[in-house]
Design a protein around this ligand. Structure first.
Ligand SMILES: NC(=O)c1ccc[n+]([C@@H]2O[C@H](COP(=O)([O-])OP(=O)(O)OC[C@H]3O[C@@H](n4cnc5c(N)ncnc54)[C@H](O)[C@@H]3O)[C@@H](O)[C@H]2O)c1
Length: 364
């Protein structure tokens, strides 16, 4: 029997301890070490996991020959340097979203992972969640009809970040879900917002993504709201879905409602919209922690030598949309053309060879 995969977690602030807990609980790997520059964070986690090595210097973990895989949950500004060093040392990487601070950095990480033949996985956690999987199943089965638009709201008070604005912090979740549902990249990206609390760091934003066939998505992100909201509405030609992630059990509700225009009419008096009000239902959802599924998928991909569902390329696509959002914010919400032509908007199922395809903003 081969020895279990040794995992390390770098960054043990707010999110890192969730990775630590999940890797610790998996039987298919061994949590070997944790790392944080902040000794207090390490001390706290060591009281919970006394058998795990603790380091304040990430290079100790990265250069440890016994460590096979590293999950990184530091602020975004450190993602690239840590991942580059770790990939170059032949480690498999699970990187928290967003993969890096720019598309150029993402491309370099993908290149190094390819050269080294190691797994580079982007932590797009919601794609491993049961509600999102269920919504995709329902949509792929044709129950919703053609999707007309998607509206997402992710709002709460804080947590204010210093290095990234609210789009880079909160919108990655919604963008990853929307790209997965629509299975294509946007044609244009618009983003408007304001920095009310910290100059230069937008805390409220409205992001719009327009896709082929007049489909579009809007994403509202805010750190300045009294109530916490985690909601997505998917409007189809046959039915509509409301996904409320704050509901403990009934997270998805399918509404059998739609509106049709009469196909033809002769006089204004004959013209009537036809509103259909049917039943709504709540599909059963399996209860499992998305991060646990994500961590297990990372280990499975390493063991089986396969690409993760959310690979480096998925991380790159997301970061190019965030870059387009930043460009649009600077231009007061002007559209940024995202893809060069329609063929490029289809999300490739496998990573294309290096340089074969570029995604990203091309003109403001
Ligand atoms: N998937 C999700 O749902 C989810 C949720 C929250 C945050 N995140 C992501 O997790 C990452 C971390 O976010 P957070 O809210 O936990 O941030 P945080 O600031 O609370 O924690 C980051 C930790 O990293 C440590 N750190 C910084 N530089 C380091 C270095 N060079 N070596 C070792 N440790 C270092 C800091 O001391 C801190 O304890 C971000 O990328 C964020 O987007 C993901």
């Amino acid at each position: 029997m081969s020895s279990p995969i040794n995992v390390a977690v770098i960054g043990c602030g707010y999110w890192g301890p969730n990775l630590v807990r999940n890797f610790k609980a998996l039987t298919s790997c061994r949590l070997k070490s944790i790392c944080d520059v902040n000794e207090n964070r390490l001390r706290h986690l060591c009281t919970l996991y006394s058998d795990v090595e603790a380091h304040t210097d990430a290079s100790k973990v990265i250069n440890d020959p016994e460590t096979d895989a590293i999950a990184i949950a530091t602020p975004v500004e450190y993602h690239f340097s840590l991942a580059k060093a770790a990939l170059s040392a032949g480690k498999h990487i699970l990187m928290e979203k967003p993969l890096a601070a720019s598309s150029a950095e993402c491309e370099e990480l993908i290149e190094i992972a390819d050269e080294k033949g190691v797994v580079l996985m982007s932590g797009h956690t919601f794609l491993y969640s049961s509600p999102v999987k269920k919504i995709c199943d329902i949509i792929r089965a044709g129950d919703i009809g053609d999707i007309r638009y998607i509206n997402a709201r992710r709002l709460n008070l804080g947590l204010f970040q210093k290095d990234i604005n609210v789009v880079w912090d909160l919108a990655p979740h919604d963008i990853s879900i929307i790209l997965h549902i629509l299975d294509e990249l946007p044609l244009t990206v618009n983003c408007q917002g304001n920095a009310h609390v910290t100059s230069g760091v937008e805390d409220v934003t409205n992001l719009s993504l327009s896709f082929r066939n007049k489909r579009f998505a809007t994403i509202q992100s805010s750190w300045l709201e009294p109530r916490k909201v985690r909601e997505m509405t998917i409007v189809g030609t046959r039915r509509m879905v409301v996904y409320d992630d704050l509901q403990p059990l009934e997270k998805i509700r399918i509404y059998d409602v739609r509106v049709d225009r009469p196909p033809h009419y002769d006089t204004f008096a004959e013209f009537h919209y036809s509103y259909h009000y049917g039943d709504s239902y709540i599909p059963h959802i399996q209860q499992e922690e998305p991060l646990k599924v994500e961590c297990q998928h990372f280990i499975d991909c390493i063991e089986q030598g396969v690409e993760p569902q959310t690979n480096g390329r998925a991380g790159l696509e997301l970061v190019t949309i965030l870059e387009a959002a930043s460009a649009s914010l600077k231009a007061n919400g002007a559209p940024v053309n995202f893809a060069r032509n329609r063929e490029q908007t289809a999300i490739p199922k496998t990573a294309p060879s290096r340089g074969a395809m570029r995604v990203g903003p091309v003109a403001v």
